[in-house]
Design a binder for this molecule. Structure first.
Ligand code: FES
Length: 594
C-alpha cells in the first residue's frame, strides 16, 4: 500500500450537472446553474466542465481552477441535523461531485486524486454566493458554510477522462504545506485567522488559484505595512481609518478659476487645528445647504493638490443640471463655511518603483493631479506619464501646474490630446495631438505596459480605457480607477439596468435619514427593509454584493457619518469608516459612500 492510499476509501456517490436557468428571486430574474441533477452512467470530464454542465456566472464560478465543485455526504448529514431538514437530493449544494470522504478539514489544497480515468487537483474552497441560499431556501447559507467550516472545494482537471457514480477516489499526490480547505477558507473569511505565517504557507502552494493568491498577497502586504489599516484587505481594498467621523466646518479661503468650467476651492479648518494629511487620490464629501427647506445635498470631490495638513483643495466642474456644482459656482464665496467630511477612498498612489501612468480626461484630472504633486514632492525617480484628454484649450485645467510638476521629475513625460481643438489652439504648443485618448496612442508613445495605471474621467472613457488596457495585456491588478458618481454595480446573475436613483415607492419611513452620497439620494429609513442594501435597491442606487450575509465584503462601502447595527453579524468586521450594507441597518442618521 502506498502512503497515499491509507484511511477509509473515498468514493464518488453522484455526478451532477446543470445548465444556466432563470429563476425569480425577490421579484427579480436571476440566472443561475446552482440546480444540478445527477446523471446516469459515466460522464466525460474536460478541462473547463463536465459534459452537460455549464456555469452561469464565470466571474464567481468556473474556469480552469474551478472546473468541478465537490461537496461531501458528511456535510449533507451535518446540515440535515443543523437545519432540521430531510429533503436533500444529490446536487443540493450546487456540487458536481457528491462524495463520501474528502472532508474539508482533511483535504489539503494541492492534493491530487484519481477518479475513474481523470486526475484532479484541489485548488480552493467554494466562493460564497447568495445563489446557494436560493437553492437551499435558506438565505443564511453562504455565511453558515463558512462559519461552520464546511465550504466544499473546487477541483482543477489535470487529466481529462470519464467518471461515474461508485468510482473509488484514490489519492495520488499531496499538496505542500498541508493546509486544509477549511484552514484556507478561514484564513480569508474569518476574523482572527490572519496569521502572517499561515498566509506565507498558503502562498507557497502553487495549486492555490490565482484569485485566492492575490487575496492572500494583499493581506500579507497589509500585515507588513507600518500603520496597517484594519479590515480585511483580502476581501476589499483598505484605507486608513478616517481622520474624523461625520462632518467638520471648514472655511473657504480661496477660489480660483482653472478653466472655462472648473473652479478650485481651498478649504481651511475653522478651529485652527491641523488636518491629517490625506493620501493622494482621496476625496471628501461636502454637505451643501442648497435649499433650506430640503435636506442638504451631499457631493463628493477629489482633493486636487499636494496632500497637506493645513488645507484641502477641491476643483469643481460646473455640470449641466448639476445642483451641487451650480451651488458651488454661484453661491459659495471666500469666507463661507461648509461642512466637510474627512478624506476617504482607496484610489490612492501605491508605493513602488514601477512606472506610473496618470491617465485622465476632463475634471477627472483632479485625483491624479494630487498624485502628480505627491510624486514631485518626493523627487520620485519613477517614470511618470501624464496623459490627459480635454475638449479644447478653454476646457484644459491645470495646464501650467501639471507642466511645472512634470519638470521637477527626473522621468516625467506628458501627452495631451484635444478632442475638439479651437482654431486658437496650437498643436505642439497647447496640446500634442487632436482626437480622443486611446490605447493605440499610448502604444505609439512608448508607455510601458508594466506600469501602474491610474484612471479617472467620465464613465464611458473609463470603461473603454479599462477594456482596451486589458486587451493590451495590462494586468488588471495594475489598473486603478476612480469613478465620479455611482460606482459600477456588481449583482451576480442579474441583469444590470441603469436606472437613475430615485426615492423608494410609498410614504417615507419613520426611521433616521439615510444618504447615499454618490447617488445624491437622502431617504428616511423604513424598517420594512431587511438591510440598507434592500433600501439602496429600492432606490436604484448602484450597489455591489455577492453573498448578502456578511461574508464576502463585496458590499463594503465607506461610512461617511453615523453608525449602523448588524444582523447577522459579519464574520469579519469591516475597518472603522467602512460598513457592509448587505447586513446592516442605520442606528442614527447615516451618510454612505454609495
Ligand atoms: S454582499 Fe457579501 S458581505 Fe455583503
Amino acid at each position: 500500500m502506498s502512503r497515499h492510499e491509507r484511511g477509509p476509501v473515498a468514493r464518488l456517490l453522484s455526478v451532477n450537472v446543470g445548465r444556466p436557468r432563470q429563476v425569480t428571486w425577490n421579484g427579480k430574474a436571476v440566472r443561475t446553474s446552482v440546480w444540478k441533477l445527477p446523471v446516469q452512467g459515466r460522464r466525460m470530464v474536460r478541462n473547463l466542465n463536465i459534459d452537460g454542465d455549464e456555469q452561469a456566472d464565470l466571474a464567481g464560478h468556473g474556469g480552469e481552477h474551478r472546473a468541478v465543485f465537490v461537496y461531501q455526504m458528511d456535510s449533507y448529514h451535518y446540515w440535515e441535523q443543523q437545519l432540521g431538514r430531510a429533503d436533500f437530493t444529490f446536487g443540493q449544494f450546487g456540487e458536481n461531485f457528491t462524495v463520501e470522504g474528502l472532508l474539508d478539514n482533511e483535504v489539503c489544497i494541492g492534493d491530487r486524486y484519481r477518479i475513474g480515468s481523470s486526475v484532479f487537483e484541489v485548488t480552493q474552497p467554494r466562493v460564497t454566493c447568495y445563489r446557494v441560499g436560493i437553492r437551499m431556501n435558506e438565505p443564511r447559507m453562504p455565511s453558515l458554510l463558512v462559519a461552520h467550516h464546511r465550504p466544499g472545494f473546487y477541483f482543477r482537471v489535470l487529466q481529462e477522462g470519464e467518471v461515474g457514480a461508485g468510482d473509488e477516489i484514490v489519492k495520488v499526490g499531496e499538496g505542500p504545506e498541508r493546509l486544509t480547505v477549511a484552514d484556507v477558507d478561514a484564513l480569508l473569511y474569518l476574523s482572527g485567522h490572519h496569521s502572517r505565517k499561515e498566509l506565507e504557507r498558503a502562498l507557497r502552494i502553487p495549486a492555490l488559484s490565482k484569485g485566492w493568491q492575490s487575496s492572500f498577497e494583499a493581506m500579507l502586504q497589509q500585515e507588513s505595512s507600518t500603520g496597517a489599516a484594519e479590515g480585511n484587505s483580502g476581501l476589499a481594498e483598505q484605507e486608513p481609518p478616517p481622520a474624523w467621523t461625520g462632518f467638520r466646518p471648514m472655511q473657504v479661503s480661496r477660489i480660483e478659476r482653472e478653466s472655462n468650467s472648473i473652479f478650485s476651492f481651498v478649504l481651511v479648518p475653522t478651529d485652527g487645528q491641523p488636518l491629517v494629511a490625506p493620501l493622494p487620490g482621496q476625496f471628501i464629501v461636502l454637505r451643501l445647504p442648497v435649499n433650506p427647506a430640503a435636506p442638504p445635498l451631499l457631493r463628493s470631490y477629489s482633493l486636487s493638490d499636494l496632500p497637506g495638513a493645513d488645507h484641502f483643495r477641491i476643483s469643481v466642474k460646473l455640470e449641466e443640471n448639476g445642483a451641487g456644482s451650480a451651488f458651488m459656482h454661484s453661491h459659495v464665496h471666500v469666507g463661507d463655511v461648509l461642512d466637510v467630511s474627512a478624506p476617504h477612498g482607496s484610489f490612492t498612489l501605491r508605493p513602488g518603483h514601477d512606472p506610473v501612468v496618470l491617465l485622465s480626461a476632463g475634471v477627472g484630472a483632479t485625483p491624479v493631479l494630487a498624485m502628480l504633486h505627491a510624486l514631485a514632492a518626493e523627487n520620485s525617480q519613477r517614470q511618470v506619464w501624464w496623459i490627459y484628454g480635454a475638449r479644447n484649450g478653454e476646457d484644459h485645467p491645470f495646464a501650467k501646474e501639471s507642466l511645472a510638476l512634470l519638470q521637477r521629475l527626473a522621468l516625467g513625460r506628458s501627452h495631451v490630446q484635444y478632442s475638439r481643438p479651437d482654431p486658437a489652439d496650437h498643436v505642439g504648443v497647447d496640446f500634442d495631438a487632436p482626437g480622443r485618448l486611446s490605447v493605440a496612442a499610448l502604444e505609439k508613445l512608448g508607455v510601458p505596459r508594466n506600469g501602474d495605471f491610474y484612471l479617472c474621467g467620465p464613465t464611458a472613457f473609463l470603461q473603454s480605457m479599462r477594456d482596451d488596457l486589458r486587451k493590451w495585456e495590462v494586468s488588471p491588478e495594475h489598473v486603478h480607477m476612480e469613478l465620479f458618481g455611482a460606482l459600477e454595480s456588481t449583482t451576480p446573475g442579474m441583469a444590470q439596468v441603469g436606472h437613475t436613483p430615485h426615492l423608494p415607492e410609498g410614504p417615507p419611513g419613520p426611521g433616521p435619514s439615510v444618504s447615499f452620497a454618490r447617488s445624491g439620494i437622502t431617504v428616511a429609513w423604513d424598517p420594512k427593509f431587511e438591510s440598507l442594501l434592500e433600501l439602496a435597491e429600492a432606490c436604484d442606487v448602484s450597489v455591489r454584493w455577492s453573498c448578502r450575509t456578511g461574508v464576502c465584503h463585496t458590499c463594503e462601502s465607506g461610512l461617511i457619518s453615523g453608525s449602523v447595527s448588524y444582523q447577522p453579524e459579519p464574520l469579519d468586521m469591516p475597518a472603522p469608516g467602512k460598513m457592509l450594507i448587505c447586513c446592516s441597518r442605520p442606528r442614527e442618521d447615516v451618510v454612505i459612500d454609495c
